[in-house]
Design a protein around this ligand. Structure first.
Ligand SMILES: C[S@@+](CC[C@H](N)C(=O)[O-])C[C@H]1O[C@@H](n2cnc3c(N)ncnc32)[C@H](O)[C@@H]1O
Length: 234
């Protein structure tokens, strides 16, 4: 082996050891929000937002897709990005929280996941149209954040734009007005008389042919479970 190759292999190994130590420290000291479990360990650890249940329920509707490309908006530590990446397609997760992305990126590197990448990006009305199109868009538990930050009209416009990036399906859930224990429930009053019906109708308005309610999933934020939707083009 040439000196240059040997030096790069050594530096790579050292970098990985540092990354593993950083990840262990970050997770061990609970420096992240702990929304999502580690998809690389079995059986999975505590899963307060039932990521595993939501993924399995969505796959029941989507069936066995071959190498789907995926855009995971508000990916957090990349649970859904990694689960889809196992199917072989190019998967892109994005989030504005650097701490959560440090975990996602370290896991991608340490587990040698070559078809998943993570962007540190604060999604806003100005950059959504520039996102690449993909087979599946994952838009989970982020819409109510947009309503809080940008207001109802802009948030709905953002969701419409995001839908244009989904060639086959969008997996969607959101905070709902029924989650009274949360600080943002009152800002979702426009979904009344009930959140699930409003979401299903809105997804239909965005041009999806079939809207499936894939199940109810607990959130740990309130006793009210959230409906998971899979909106399909055909
Ligand atoms: C409640 S967590 C949901 C995580 C994941 N989608 C799930 O359902 O398990 C919301 C995530 O969206 C991210 N987020 C919120 N607003 C965002 C924005 N404007 N751009 C990018 N990420 C955002 C947060 O950092 C957080 O990781």
């Amino acid at each position: 082996m040439k000196f240059r190759d040997l030096a790069n292999v050594t530096l790579d190994r050292l970098g990985r050891m540092g990354l593993a130590a950083r990840l262990g420290l970050q997770v061990g000291a609970k420096l992240t929000h702990g929304y999502q479990p580690n998809p690389f360990v079995s059986p999975p650890q505590p899963d307060p937002r039932d990521c595993q249940g939501r993924f399995d329920a969505a796959m029941t509707i989507l069936g066995d897709m071959e190498c789907p490309s995926v855009l995971d908006v508000g990916c957090n530590q990349g649970y859904f990005t990694f689960r889809f990446a196992r199917k072989g397609g190019i998967c892109l997760g994005m989030d504005n929280d650097r701490g959560e992305l440090m975990v996602a990126r370290a896991r991608a590197e340490l587990h040698k996941v070559r078809n998943a990448a993570f962007l540190e990006l604060a999604i806003d009305p100005g950059n959504l149209a520039g996102l690449p199109r993909s087979d599946i868009v994952v838009c989970l538990s982020i819409f109510h954040h947009w309503v809080r930050h940008f207001g109802r009209e802009t948030a709905c416009g953002m969701l419409s734009l995001l839908a244009t990036r989904a060639d086959k399906a969008m997996i969607f859930d959101s905070g709902q007005p029924e989650e009274k224990a949360t600080r943002w429930a009152s800002e979702l009053e426009f979904m009344q008389p009930d959140g699930a019906t409003w979401i299903a109708q809105y997804l239909r308005c965005l041009g999806f042919e079939r809207i499936h309610a894939a199940g109810l999933f607990s959130t740990s934020l309130s006793p009210v479970p959230r409906t998971l939707f899979v909106a399909c083009r055909v």
